[in-house]
Design a protein around this ligand. Structure first.
Ligand SMILES: [Zn+2]
Length: 1065
């Protein structure tokens, strides 16, 4: 437990999901009502085809029915070649009509949406598996699904493990695929095709369920008993909980010691010998991993067991309902929406990966691509692989057990053929169990490999032995680059940032090897020598920005411990050093080059603060935002205007440097170009529009809080992430910030706990002989303590043969999140309107498929499966999200930033940004409240996002992820004004108001408890705006009412009518 940094903390408390029984608001009539036909008439011509209009100037760049590999793996930087700027012909402004689209419509890139065999189509849809050859400009390895080796392992990246690998394989075992007994682990839900689960057949001593492999390991005599075994090296297992479990185990469970010889049911090991789920079992979203003695009680799997394990799972009758959305319009649950639980046997499911870390758009995987195509739903994974965890089992072992063939890490979903052999759940290769793995550090018993932590935890971290290192682990290196031009000094940001650094200097993740350095720049570049022994920092100015060199590099990145006083001196004086500057130019590009040179030998994290458009040297940019075209869905500059930032980012990636960009600017700064520096180097973008230390106190507070998180959160250096999946499935498109090094390997110079990723997949070979498939992500990184570690997540899902089952298991949040990622790519490779159309068509196509292929009797209305009841709402919310909205004055940089967020955020945050939660808070009560550490946290019901739910006598809190807005109605009760806001009357609510006073009243305590609780659940601090009715902020608040009609967008009801018309055609 003394392992530094091992069990990460700071994540949300497990099991805190709102559970209040508040009734959901019943379906009351819509404020907007049905629309006139005139509004909808123009949409009747929407075709089912793919013949969308190409932006005329570069049709050759738009892949036909194929996701652009460049945009696919590289975000929305997309289709642009190296350095070319495409100026589209001017186009008339979009009329501000509430129109979805008209004319031929492109489809969302659903895998093989229509006819997989069709000849290449014009732009508008994508075939996963049929990527065009990559442009030659960039040296990428594109995912080519045709010959993809998801199991390839480039030398050095994940080299072979040592240990027992002298396996002799018997082909009979390899080719056998999933054995029939796995059937029993697919939960048979009421409406599913009946699966008759045969019970597992226990191994009989001396009678293994198949021929032993020729020349296989000798039959082992009963293993040494009890705790006395010391023959094999004892792996360390770092987990307080599990250590505790160990002692309890050995004391209380005498059964443990009988596990010798062949007493193995022929089951995948993770889910045998486990207790049936009980009422107090792990909730699916809890971050508690199953551990402790109760998990090892020997309970035979029987019929009763099956029944017991099905209780409380997702497919209760409600889940089987077919809903007419035009009749039941209020489908929004009053508590946060939970991800669907895969239709697996409870004993498997309880070992499954937490959906907050790893989830799939379809929790039931279609057995063929043809079936997937029919469903017209996207298949993909959403990952939050480095999330802060309350509990994380960490294993130190000389031997990391992996499949000899595909390099999969042993996991709960492999099967043990006997004590000595396990079958890979990804490639079905039979592997030997290494000697060391026979000892279970948890129970301290020899001969129970199936109870090792590696096979009891879907999420686990390994301490990597030396063969996982290309070089000695790098030290933590932090370089800060500050814009100190006149514009930057005017914003006053340097004070905040330097103070924040001073406050958190000792909390930077690291060790005695931590290095730090600083660069400032305006029209020249300034370095700071912080060499130990100097009496004060020395400033070195380099004015040649054409050919940047780094003076005295050894004194510029210094050991933080040894030079701490100098660093502190510098941080104290820096804000004053440039107060008189008249220099308005910004040589950002040359400064980045200098910073890159400085960091190249070690790698590390570069934090760049920029306040304006770079104007000097390489990477200089020109303004190209045209305010009168902001509202247009076309003709906006979403692509970079130069490839300088992307190229530099790739250089950085090659040297293990990630660049985080903090943009604090009131003016257009071309984030579409600048953002590339972070996107391809696996950094992040932070944006503070109109930052000013006096005029914009909310931004000051936000920057300060976010910097605190940024500086102190966990960080992984020189990381790579690989995603593997069961044979037959294939990965074809990645979303997020990274560089794709090979088909399934992402290069992540830094990895942080707030980054999310998405992956599109297809079914390459039929899975007809397969009952279960697995996905495994493995993140290899260097911790800030200099340890090489591997974090592994494994997700197991059932394979199904019918459309109905696919729809029943659809995960609407994951689907919406993946579609959002695809739509960002689409906005860049085609156009914004193209992307919007594709989003709408994703709903139409899937619901039309459901109607025509699943529903037997054609009823009027808009019939949807329960699982997709929120699909139209979430897509409408996406259309109104800053990334994709039209008809507003969204500034270009703000739109680009929203797109960056879509790509880089974990799903849970993306969904909150897209469809915020609305609560009434002027009548909070303790009814149904949570109790956490003696705190009572009210749980008001979530309301629909419509002004209809607001009332002037109330106060309403909108939680949009990164921002909280508290709107106070004009006739809000005096009690709330006095006891929560601390003001005498409505008029005296100060504006702006960004904090609630802590008053000695129960109302104040409840409100503050609730807001604090919301804030605690996310890594970054959402600022609070208290909004009076006449405040200019009210418009921002109302913009989030996604169910309402706006000047340029349909109401939810209108949208449903539109969908219905298209679906029922
Ligand atoms: Zn394998």
């Amino acid at each position: 437990m003394s392992q530094p940094g091992v069990p990460a903390s700071g994540g949300p408390q497990p099991g805190l999901q709102a559970q209040n029984g508040a009734p959901s608001a019943s379906g009351s009539p819509y404020a907007n009502g049905p629309v006139q036909n005139a509004l909808m008439s123009s949409h009747m011509s929407v075709s089912q085809g793919y013949n969308s209009q190409l932006p005329g100037s570069y049709p050759h760049l738009i892949p036909a029915k194929t996701s652009s590999p460049l945009s696919a793996q590289s975000n929305y930087g997309g289709s642009q070649g190296s350095g070319q700027t495409f100026h589209r012909p001017p186009v008339a402004l979009n009329p501000m009509t509430p129109s979805l689209h008209s004319g031929p419509v492109p489809r969302m890139p659903l895998p093989n949406s229509q006819n997989p065999a069709a000849a290449p189509m014009p732009s508008g849809s994508f075939l996963p598996g049929a990527n065009p050859p990559p442009p030659s400009n960039w040296q990428y390895n594109y995912p080519s699904t045709g010959s993809q080796q998801t199991n390839s392992c480039p030398p050095g990246a994940q080299p072979p493990v040592s240990g027992n690998t002298n396996l002799t394989t018997n082909q009979q075992y390899v080719s056998s695929g999933a054995s029939s007994h796995q059937n029993s682990f697919i939960k048979s839900g009421p409406a599913l095709p009946s699966r008759n689960p045969p019970l597992p057949t226990p191994f009989q001593p001396g009678a293994p369920p198949g021929p032993p492999p020729a020349g296989g390991p000798p039959v082992r005599a009963p293993a040494p008993q009890k705790l006395s075994h010391t023959a094999s090296p004892q792996p360390l297992f770092h987990s307080a909980v599990n250590q505790e479990a160990t002692s309890q185990l050995t004391n209380k469970n005498p059964k443990m010691n009988r596990s010798v010889g062949y007493a193995y049911p022929s089951l995948p090991p993770g889910y045998q010998n486990t207790t049936p789920p009980s009422g107090t079992g792990m909730p699916p979203s809890s971050l508690n991993y199953p551990s402790g003695p109760q998990a090892f009680t020997q309970t035979p799997l029987g019929a009763n067991h099956l029944t017991a394990s099905m209780s409380g799972l997702s497919l209760h009758p409600e889940g089987l309902r077919v809903i007419n959305l035009l009749q039941e319009r209020n489908m929004l649950p009053s508590t946060p929406l939970k991800p669907p639980v895969p239709n697996l046997h409870g004993d498997i499911q309880k070992l499954n990966c937490n959906p907050e870390l790893f989830r799939c758009t379809l929790t039931s995987i279609p057995q063929t691509q043809a079936l997937l195509n029919k469903a017209k739903l996207p298949l993909g994974l959403l990952l939050h692989p480095f999330k802060d965890l309350v509990q994380l089992p960490v294993v130190t072992s000389n031997t990391i057990v992996r499949c000899r063939s595909c390099r999969t890490y042993i996991n709960p979903f492999v099967s043990f053929l006997d004590q000595r052999r396990w079958k890979c759940n990804l490639c079905y290769r039979v592997n030997d169990v290494p000697e060391e793995f026979m000892y279970n550090p948890l129970t301290r018993v020899y001969g129970e490999p199936h109870r090792r932590p590696e096979v009891q935890n879907a999420t686990i971290e390994f301490m990597a032995p030396s063969e996982y290192m290309l070089r000695p682990p790098q030290p933590p290196v932090y370089l800060f680059a500050f814009d100190v031009s006149h514009n930057a000094v005017e914003t006053g940001y340097l004070n905040s940032v330097c103070q924040s650094l001073l406050d958190n200097l000792d909390l930077l993740p690291g060790n005695t090897r931590t290095k730090i350095g600083f660069i400032t720049f305006d029209s020249t570049i300034h370095f700071y020598s912080l060499q130990e022994g100097l009496s004060q920092p020395q400033m070195l100015i380099v004015s040649d920005i054409e050919d940047v060199f780094v003076p005295m590099p050894e004194n510029l990145l210094v050991n933080l411990n040894e030079s701490k006083e100098l660093v502190q001196d510098l941080l104290k004086t820096l804000p004053q050093m440039f107060t008189k500057t008249l220099e308005t130019q910004s040589a950002l590009g040359p400064a980045l080059q200098a910073a890159f040179k400085l960091m190249s030998p070690t790698g590390g994290r570069m934090s760049v603060f920029q306040t304006q458009l770079p104007t000097l040297g390489v990477g200089a940019l020109k303004p190209r935002e045209e305010p009168n075209q902001r509202s247009s869905a076309k003709e906006i500059h979403l692509t970079p205007s130069t490839d300088f930032y992307k190229k530099l980012a790739l250089d950085c990636s090659g040297q293990q440097v990630a660049v985080d960009l903090f943009l604090l600017s009131g003016q257009y700064s071309d984030l579409a170009s600048l953002g590339c520096i972070s996107r391809y180097s696996a950094g992040s973008v932070y944006y503070y529009p109109s930052y000013h230390h006096q005029h914009n106190p909310v931004q000051v507070q936000k920057l300060q809080k976010e910097l605190q998180r940024y500086l102190t959160r966990k960080i992984g250096f020189e990381a790579v992430m690989r995603i593997r999946c069961t044979k037959g499935l294939s990965i074809h498109t990645f979303h997020g910030n990274f560089f794709v090094r090979s088909t399934d390997l992402l290069s992540l110079p830094n990895v942080n706990p707030d980054a999310g990723y998405a992956v599109q997949m297809s079914v390459e070979e039929n899975l007809t002989d397969t009952q279960l498939v697995s996905f495994q992500s493995a993140l290899l990184y260097t911790s800030s303590k200099g340890e090489r570690r591997i974090r592994v997540h494994t997700l197991c899902l059932p394979v199904v043969a019918t459309l109905n089952e696919i729809f029943l298991g659809a995960d609407v949040q994951a689907i919406s999140g993946l579609l959002a990622n695809m739509a960002v790519d689409r906005s860049v490779t085609a156009s914004l309107s193209d992307a919007r159309d594709a989003l709408v068509n994703a709903v139409i196509d899937s619901l039309a498929a459901y109607r025509s292929l699943v529903l037997s009797n054609q009823q009027p209305g808009l019939m949807v499966p329960f699982s997709l009841r929120l699909f139209p709402l979430f897509v409408l919310a996406l259309l109104k999200q800053k990334s994709f909205q039209t008809g507003t004055n969204a500034r270009l940089d703000e739109r680009i930033f929203a797109m960056c967020q879509v790509k880089n955020q974990p799903l849970v945050h993306l969904m909150l940004t897209t469809h915020p939660s609305l609560y009434r808070v002027d009548n909070l009560s303790d009814e149904g409240a949570l109790n956490i550490n003696d705190r009572t946290i009210p749980q008001p019901p979530i309301l629909q996002l419509s002004v209809e739910k607001l009332s002037r006598d109330g106060a309403f809190l909108l939680d949009a992820g990164s921002v909280l807005m508290l709107w106070i109605g004009k006739n809000c009760a005096q009690n709330f004004l006095n006891h929560v806001l601390g003001v005498q009357n409505y008029a005296s609510i100060p504006q702006p108001m960004t904090d609630l006073p802590e008053l000695d009243t129960p109302e104040s305590a409840r409100t503050i408890a609730f807001i604090s609780w919301l804030r605690e659940q996310r890594p970054f601090f959402p600022v609070l705006y208290v909004i009076r009715d006449e405040s200019p902020m009210k418009a921002s608040f109302l913009q989030n009412m996604v169910e309402d009609r706006t000047e340029s967008a349909l109401s939810y009801y209108e949208f449903l009518l539109h969908i219905q018309q298209q679906v029922n055609k």
